[in-house]
Write a protein that binds this ligand. Structure first.
Ligand code: NAP
Length: 243
């Protein structure tokens, strides 16, 4: 049986991805913490032609939930798993509230790493599968405006780089997804401009990258070059930029 698992299925990017690909799988398992929203998404996914759609309700930030979650989702071979949950960290609040800063690091960083490691272990036992994880361009370099979020995403990207190498002999593909600005509920407060992409565009890019067995995806493509320039700016200049 051909199975797709989505961790963070209520995310706008995840929903756009499921809308594109679910009818190619025999079974789709949607995992998220909001039971009501999850049921609505499952109903929509069935309408789109997905054969079997199952839901699992879980707070993904709590790593203690991960072992039982993995038992439930890997009851049969999983061909593709997408990890798509997260939150845009309030940088100002982090400066005042270290508890919040740590909770955000757990959500966007440690828990994602823990879940990625667990999924990869299960796929290594199968000797097959694709693990796709949404990190961010924010993890490529610490910027004044969002380095708490960036540090968590940077940790995820570095972990996935090592995991990919580790899994390369086990038949498991690991894809790091680095979106730029995407118009989703996470960014609803932001003024949108030329650099912004839709969740559908990002989902299309993820679909192509999974199909081609890519390692790292910048989406849309031009972010690879924007981040190349950002990374090349010498630190003594970079620290003065109001980015
Ligand atoms: N939008 C962007 O510009 C952008 C750019 C780069 C990377 N990303 C990354 O893309 C991914 C998807 O985000 P999005 O843009 O699609 O935003 P979104 O629609 O706001 O989705 C974020 C999802 O994360 C879920 N979530 C948060 N905490 C959770 C928890 N403890 N357990 C389970 N689910 C939890 C939320 O669930 P609820 O519905 O229950 O709140 C929500 O569905 C995130 O990892 C984000 O960091 C986004």
């Amino acid at each position: 049986m051909n199975t797709l698992v989505i961790f963070g299925a209520t995310s706008a990017i995840a929903q756009a991805y499921v809308n594109r690909v679910a009818n190619r799988y025999d079974k789709t398992i949607l995992v998220a913490r909001n039971a009501e929203a999850l049921e609505q998404i499952a109903t929509h996914t069935r309408v789109l032609g997905a054969t079997t759609v199952e839901v699992v309700v879980a707070d993904l930030s709590n790593s203690e939930n991960h072992p039982s979650l993995l038992e439930k989702t890997f009851s049969s071979t999983v061909d593709c798993a997408l990890i798509a949950y997260g939150e845009l960290t309030d940088q100002q609040r982090c400066a005042q509230d270290s508890g919040y800063a740590l909770q955000q690091m757990q959500l966007n960083g440690s828990s994602t790493i823990s879940l990625s490691a667990g999924v990869a272990r299960k796929m290594a036992e199968q000797k097959s599968g694709t693990l796709a994880v949404i990190s961010s361009v924010a993890g490529d370099r610490g910027r004044r405006s969002n380095y708490h979020y960036g540090a968590a995403k940077g940790a995820v990207s570095i972990f996935l780089s090592g995991l990919r190498s580790d899994m390369s002999t086990q038949g498991v593909q690991v894809l790091t997804i680095k979106p730029g600005f995407v118009d989703t509920p996470m960014t609803r407060e932001f003024k949108k401009g030329l650099l912004w992409a839709s969740a559908d565009k990002v989902a299309e890019d993820i679909d192509n990258a999974v199909g081609k067995g890519k390692s790292v995806l910048y989406t849309p493509w031009f972010w690879r070059y924007i981040m190349l320039v950002i990374k090349l700016i010498p630190e003594f200049i970079f620290k003065r930029l109001p980015l």
